[in-house]
Write a protein that binds this ligand. Structure first.
Ligand code: URA
Length: 210
């Protein structure tokens, strides 16, 4: 496995992912699981973030204690399914700046079409975590990261729930500098660009649309 690919095989993550994959899991159940799993994945994708120190007083004495500089972090959600992962991570790092990239997949070509782009200023000074639950063809993720690099981002990580080998390959060819963190790598993509065995359409499952 490449150094740039981390599969989070923690039993809690794997257990929750199995429940999310099941087709009879309700929208409410899916959403709860996604929130929970996003906290666990956030733990992994934020490993190695820089800490600064803050002087505090404990009940016993003063100390210089480690603290994250949340303002240095930018979370970028690829709409709309990215928002499901975003919410959990924001609970852990509420000071993070947040951006949104709207891309939809043209159902014929499977190519990404941009309809929204709003990201925090000074991306060059931030650690940028791009979130999208499904790394399928990789077209949307590659296009989103292309745009972020044009905006100055240099230190980018990509967080997803499920990845297809095709998407990983495409990402690693286009953006070899971007580490990928995922809960699982599935078998392949079907003719409609869905991950097999996957969990279906992540957006539909989390928002109850069809
Ligand atoms: N997007 C999804 O929501 N599901 C897939 O399987 C692939 C892309």
């Amino acid at each position: 496995m490449s150094e740039q690919l981390t599969v989070v095989n923690h039993p809690l993550v794997q257990h929750k992912l199995t429940l999310m994959r099941e087709k009879d899991t309700s929208t409410a159940g899916f959403r709860t699981l996604l929130r929970e799993i996003s906290l666990l994945l956030a733990y992994e994708v934020t490993r190695g973030l820089d800490l600064t120190t803050k002087h505090i007083e404990t009940p016993i004495c003063g100390m210089d204690a480690p603290i994250l500089d949340g303002k240095k972090l930018a979370l970028i959600s690829i709409l709309r399914a990215g928002n499901g992962l975003l919410d959990g991570i924001l609970e852990l790092i509420p000071a993070a700046r947040v951006g949104f990239i709207g891309l939809y997949r043209d159902p014929e070509t499977l190519k990404p079409v941009q309809y929204y782009y709003k990201v925090p200023a000074e991306l060059e000074d931030r650690i940028v975590i791009v979130v999208d639950p499904m790394l399928a063809t990789g077209n949307s993720s590659v296009a989103a990261i292309d745009l972020l690099k044009k905006s100055g981002a240099r230190n980018i990580r990509f967080l997803c729930l499920l990845a297809a080998p095709e998407g990983i390959k495409r990402m690693q060819e286009a953006h070899p500098d971007v580490p990928i963190v995922t809960a699982a790598v599935d078998s392949h993509l079907n003719d409609h660009g869905y991950i097999v065995p996957g969990l279906g359409d992540a957006g539909d499952r989390m928002f109850g649309t069809k």
